[in-house]
Design a protein around this ligand. Structure first.
Ligand code: PRX
Length: 632
């Protein structure tokens, strides 16, 4: 362990209590061991879980970059999330606690009860004709049934595709079509800030044009009036009573490399791409990272406040906590409704020990002041986490001081939909520097390269790449293997291109700077400039559009767009507002631009590419850089 004087900059050292409790006390020793024999490290981790049949080979790299892990192994992630615990003391421990947005309802499920719920849902999904390998789209809010639906699909070997409940009908339709889903699981509506979000109606609109969808399974949550198509739509609470729902359901034996889920995420070009994860390696990766980084132990009350609709929710709300046997808390609502103490109330009420959230939420809550958290007893907390975007040191320190009372280390975890698991992250015993995710996880190797593919000097900015495969890595882009290769493995052959820029300091700590491609990270949500621009040009008034991200106090980055109008259309404030609404409707309210500006001309290269960096520099009053390729 480094002594205080050896590390540069502002450093927070773990307390004696943290050291005493930590599973791994000597980070360096395990990191060295894992680095020397990374497949051995992952094999040891995999051995802590149950396999129907052990793997023949830990890593098969015979067809790079299509890496395979634990080949020959037979497994099912659900067996390790649920079935395995039923044989132990965990059977009657709580797996999931849920609270409704209004705080009037609490539901809790032991591991035994989880098994009952997931089995029932699996029987119903099967009864709808879904078989191993079929895709199921899940479009829901934060209620326990979203976890049951995901686990039920995995249990029978179906592939889930969760679409965040804030996406529009158009966005949902595109994802249902692309995945060719047979079944959509949804709920009548979702409560958000005291209002109802129309989930089922959005599904109705989306599936009108999706011939692959045979059935829609609807969970009743809000109880408001919706239309049910008698041939296509089924109420879950009615299906649940049928004898077919209540029999046994064996957990399907899967190959380690069989698909578990697809999840759409934005890239720099074209439409969102479906990242594919599998049963075996993904399970091992998230099990190991959650175990070491959040040090989750029996008796912990773990709360990841993300949405199950994003990868954070997949890995670290649904699958991860169950794999380590923790008690996970799920909250239906948002942090500040009806008052900005809603989260702190939950921490106090349920004795939350680990809280994992995003910088945007922290910054949002910071604005309301310390009095709100200070009203509550937060003494149960022992670890905090952050994810989704770089955390500014000011927010880090507020989180550490006001929420963690300087007692709880902050785990700033850098990772992506594609990586499936934490990649650059501290563990609780590491000295922390606010704003840095510290170092690569055990067995992971990262580098920072210049355009020519050479490592840059410490302190210099460059492209962040991962130079060794890891078990939870995406296996491909569903239906587009070429894009998998070109997007991630072509700029620097053999190295995984993350799309982020970063620097490493003299202590070997990594500092993520942000996306280097045309992806805008709004409140930790990824949006491609191409998607936003294509939404804008789908409006009859717009001929051409360019979208850029500019710093935003709470969201981290806000979207600003520039439009060139069609001949004869006059710019106005009303049109600007209409276009913001339009983007929000076509994609999602999270994509709503902060500002729409009208231009007569967009800066372009001679080959016709929009030079977004020029627009960005202009808006920020910064030097516009090399303009030699500008059209005129
Ligand atoms: O730019 C990085 C940022 O979020 C991107 C990944 O987004 P997504 O696939 O939606 O997954 C988000 C949750 C894992 C990354 O390329 N990012 C994520 N975590 C961090 C981060 N940037 C800095 N620090 C982080 N801890």
């Amino acid at each position: 362990m480094a002594t205080k004087k050896e590390l540069e900059g502002e450093v927070f050292y773990p307390s004696e209590q943290v050291m005493a409790q930590a599973r791994v006390k000597d980070w360096d020793a395990l990191a060295k061991k894992a680095d020397k024999d990374f497949t051995g490290f992952w094999a040891d981790e995999a051995s802590e879980l149950e396999w129907f049949k052990k793997w023949d080979k830990v890593l098969d790299d015979s067809n790079k970059p299509f890496y395979k892990w634990f080949t020959g192994g037979k497994v099912n992630i659900v067996h390790n999330c649920i079935d395995r615990h039923l044989k132990t003391h965990r059977k009657n421990q709580l797996a999931l606690i849920w609270e409704s947005e209004d705080g009037r309802e609490t539901r809790s499920f032991s591991y035994f009860a989880m098994n009952r719920e997931v089995t029932r849902m699996a029987n119903i999904i099967k009864a709808m004709g879904v078989r191993k390998g079929d895709r199921v789209t899940i479009y829901m809010g934060r209620i326990p049934e979203i976890a049951f639906a995901m686990l039920a699909c995995a249990k029978i070997g179906a592939v889930h595709s969760v679409v965040f409940g804030g996406f529009s009908a158009d966005a949902l339709r595109g994802r249902i079509e692309d995945s060719d889903s047979k079944l959509v699981v949804t709920q009548d509506g979702n409560f958000l800030n005291g209002k109802i979000i129309e989930l089922k109606r959005t599904v109705d609109e989306a599936v009108k044009k999706c011939p692959s969808v045979e059935n829609v399974l609807v969970i009743r949550r809000t109880g408001h009036e919706i239309e049910m198509d008698p041939l296509r739509d089924h109420w879950y609470h009615e299906m649940e009573k049928l004898p077919i729902a209540n029999g046994k359901c064996t957990t399907e034996e899967m190959d380690a490399e069989d698909p578990l889920y697809i999840l759409y995420t934005s890239g720099s070009t074209g439409k969102p791409k479906a990242v594919l994860h599998v049963h075996g390696g993904y399970m091992v990766g998230i099990y190991s990272t959650l175990k070491y980084v959040f040090d989750a132990q029996d008796g912990d009350r773990y709360w990841c406040a993300a949405d199950p609709g994003w990868v954070t929710g997949h890995s670290y709300i649904v699958y991860g906590p169950l794999l380590v046997g923790a008690t996970s808390f799920m909250f239906e609502g948002g942090p500040a409704y009806p008052y900005p103490n809603r989260w702190w109330q939950c921490v106090e009420r349920y004795g939350i020990t680990i809280l994992y959230t995003a910088p945007t939420a922290i910054r949002g809550l910071m604005r309301f002041g310390e009095a709100w958290p200070n009203k509550h007893d937060l003494s149960s907390l022992r670890l905090l986490g952050s994810v989704g975007e770089p955390i500014n040191p000011e927010a880090w320190k507020w989180y550490h001081r006001v929420i963690g009372k300087e007692r709880c280390p902050v785990m700033d975890t850098w990772w992506q939909t594609e990586t499936g698991m934490f990649m650059i992250t501290p563990t609780p015993v590491m000295p922390l520097k606010p704003g840095s995710g510290t170092k690569p996880f055990f067995g992971i190797r990262a580098e920072i390269l210049n355009d020519a593919g050479e490592p840059v000097k410490d302190g210099d900015e460059g492209y962040l790449v991962i130079t060794r495969p890891w078990p939870a890595m995406l296996r491909t882009i569903y239906g587009d293997a070429e894009r998998y290769v070109s997007q991630y493995w072509s700029k620097f052959p053999g190295k995984y291109l993350a799309g982020d820029s970063a620097r490493r300091d003299a202590d070997g700590y990594y500092w993520i700077i942000g996306r280097v491609d045309d992806v805008i990270n709004v409140s930790g949500h990824r949006l491609g400039t191409a998607e936003i621009e294509s939404a804008l040009v789908s409006h009859p008034a717009v001929a051409e559009a360019a979208a850029i991200g500019l710093p935003h106090e709470v969201k981290g980055t806000g979207i600003h767009v520039f439009c060139l109008l069609r001949a004869g259309i006059v710019p106005s404030d009303a049109l600007s507002e209409e276009l913001r609404q339009h983007v929000s409707k076509v994609i999602s309210p999270i994509a709503r631009p902060e500002e729409v500006k009208f231009l007569d001309k967009l800066p372009k290269t001679r080959s016709g590419k929009i030079m977004r960096r020029v627009l960005k520099a202009r808006m920020q009053g910064l030097p516009e850089g090399d303009l030699s390729t500008l059209e005129d």
